[in-house]
Design a protein around this ligand. Structure first.
Ligand code: DAH
Length: 339
């Protein structure tokens, strides 16, 4: 083979290799070009190189020298193209788009929601006073939400406009079903299952079709308390509530009862708490109505009891001076991370 032909082959090989590497738009096509020109088994450089054996002996040093130069130049062109692609960054940074030198994304640490924190603290405080935690379903029947609680059949609290009645659940159960409007339902469920004495609290969600504003939300939480035994009096109710409030709020807390009415208690009171000035209404309480005790099979001549139902959001709001209940449910971490 003539030396001139060999050198010409090398030159044209370098020209096409340069063009192919420069044209590769991503790492996949660059790899295809690399195999075409530099492939160890049947790359084009390899093929041209095989011509070296047929070069006349005196011309061999010159041919070998040129071969090495072209090999270096093609390799350099490939490396340059590779660098250009990764410097371009974007989706095709590096071979597989993953740049191990970038700093990682820091995982943001969350914490427990303020309402859940309050619930945990209330359970702990009432636990120290000997109250265990009971639970009940959020989808209820009329017996537990109304009838057994001595709420008469024509009472406005049963209105379709004041409750979330559930058509599908009614179909399945064969009787009207609703999202419970109060946790007082759990009093009934516990007393139906357990003979006296009982001493429980229940914490959970309740639902009412109220328009959301600073003090209302269609879903909120209540803490319900129930204590039934021989000789339980209103003095027990008040001292339990005072201990409860002072344990949670700390310091100088006052409890005030205002006469009120609930179908399931007699007498009934509204419970106000004073802490750091001003009275705040926290919920209702009273001595369990004998009709309720009878409805669950207790004997009102044997045992008496008290019950209370307070709003968890209210308790949490007064503790932290939150002025709008909607803040709890906006999922804005700038608000939530303060607690
Ligand atoms: N269930 C009442 C409500 O949601 C609150 C309440 C009042 C609960 C008096 C009680 C109670 O246990 O004794 O408005």
């Amino acid at each position: 083979m003539a030396l001139a032909d060999f050198l010409a082959d090398l030159d044209s090989l370098l020209t096409s290799a340069n063009a192919a590497f420069a044209a590769a738009a991503d790492s996949d096509s660059l790899e295809v070009a690399r195999v075409e020109f530099l492939g160890a088994k049947s790359g084009r450089l390899k093929t041209v190189q095989q011509g070296l054996g047929k070069i006349d002996k005196p011309d061999k040093p010159a041919a070998g020298k040129k071969l090495n130069e072209v090999k270096k130049a093609i390799t350099a062109a490939f490396e340059q193209a590779q660098q250009n692609l990764s410097a371009g960054g974007g989706e095709d940074a590096g071979d597989d788009g993953f740049d191990p030198t970038l700093p990682g994304r820091r995982a943001r640490l969350g914490h427990i929601h303020p309402i859940t924190q309050t619930i945990e603290q209330l359970k702990e405080i009432m636990g120290r006073l000997g109250f265990s935690v009971a639970e009940g379903p959020e989808v209820e029947d009329k017996w537990h939400n109304f009838d057994a609680l001595n709420i008469p059949p024509i009472h406005p609290a049963r209105s379709e406009l004041d409750n979330f009645y559930l058509a599908t659940a009614e179909k399945a159960a064969g009787e009207p079903m609703l999202l419970r409007s109060q946790t007082s339902t759990v009093q009934i469920r516990v007393m139906e299952k357990t003979p006296p004495p009982v001493r429980i609290i229940s914490l959970g969600r309740v639902y009412r079709p109220d328009t959301a504003d600073a003090t209302h939300y269609p879903m909120f939480h209540q803490i319900e308390g129930l204590m039934v035994d021989r000789g339980v009096t209103m003095a027990d109710l008040k001292s339990v509530l005072r201990l409860f409030a002072s344990s949670f709020l700390g310091g100088d807390v006052h409890i005030r009862f205002r006469p009120s009415f609930f179908p399931f208690t007699e007498p009934s009171v509204e419970v106000d708490i004073s802490w750091q000035g001003g009275w705040m209404e926290m919920g209702g309480a009273g001595m369990i109505d004998p009709n309720v005790l009878r409805a669950v099979g207790y004997d009102p001549d044997e045992v008496t009891g008290f019950a209370f139902g307070l709003g968890v959001e209210r308790i949490c709001m007064s503790r932290h001076q939150v002025t709008d209940i909607r803040e709890f449910y906006r999922n804005d971490v700038r608000f939530l991370e303060q607690f």
